[in-house]
Design a protein around this ligand. Structure first.
Ligand code: FMN
Length: 188
């Protein structure tokens, strides 16, 4: 069993990205992993915008990254890239905060024109942070994610199948993996 941090980088209070992640978290839990959800929008804005590395909430988030084996990073596509909110947190983490970790990048967006945003924008950032293994990600169109009046989430059958596959591959990649201690990761 691995421990996974599931990070949503959407600033929206009614975020489809966050809901999609929480939906996929359940699949990871069913496969025996411990999942810790983190919505960046719940962190204090003044700490994120003021680069307050020592704010207790930022320290706590940094410690979460350090202690998990795997990280799911979900972001809405904004202006053809990841959200500024997500970047504001990543910028406060140590340079090699993802060292030794398996990472699953996910994005939601309004147009297939930006289906490659994961690969040309997000993946290089995750790589620069030392991720050991960035598995295949997935971009889901917002229109394929439906939220019912009761808050229940439905994903269109095609993307739902693809998402299940990338999550299962991520889960397989996590198998037997344990995170390197933070100090060893930095030295690598
Ligand atoms: C400010 C803003 C910029 C956006 N820019 C893009 C974009 O460049 N490409 C795209 O495909 N979708 C874009 N979208 C659409 C969102 O990525 C899409 O609706 C996403 O699913 C929203 O996720 P959320 O509900 O988690 O915030 C944009 C939306 C907003 C609000």
């Amino acid at each position: 069993m691995a421990t996974v941090l599931s990070v949503s980088g959407s600033p929206s209070a009614t975020s489809r990205t966050a809901r999609l992640l929480r939906h996929l978290d359940r699949r990871l839990t069913a496969r025996g992993h411990e999942v810790i959800p983190l919505d960046v929008r719940t962190l204090p804005a003044e700490a994120l915008l003021g680069a307050d590395f020592r704010h207790p909430a930022i320290v706590e988030a940094t410690e979460l990254f350090a202690r998990v084996d795997g990280v799911v990073i979900g972001t809405p596509v904004y202006k053809a890239a990841y959200s500024g909110l997500l970047k504001s947190l990543l910028d406060l983490l140590p340079q090699y905060a993802l060292a030794g970790k398996t990472v699953l990048p996910l994005a939601t967006g309004g147009t297939t024109a930006h289906v490659l945003a994961i690969d040309y924008a997000l993946r290089p950032v995750l790589s620069s942070m030392g991720a050991a293994h960035i598995v295949q990600g997935w971009f889901t169109l917002d229109k394929d994610i439906e939220v019912g009046a009761d808050g229940a989430l439905t994903v269109a059958p095609g993307p739902a199948g693809a998402l299940a596959q990338v999550v299962d591959r991520f889960s397989d990649a996590l198998g037997g993996r344990t995170a390197l201690p933070a100090a060893a990761g930095r030295a690598a």
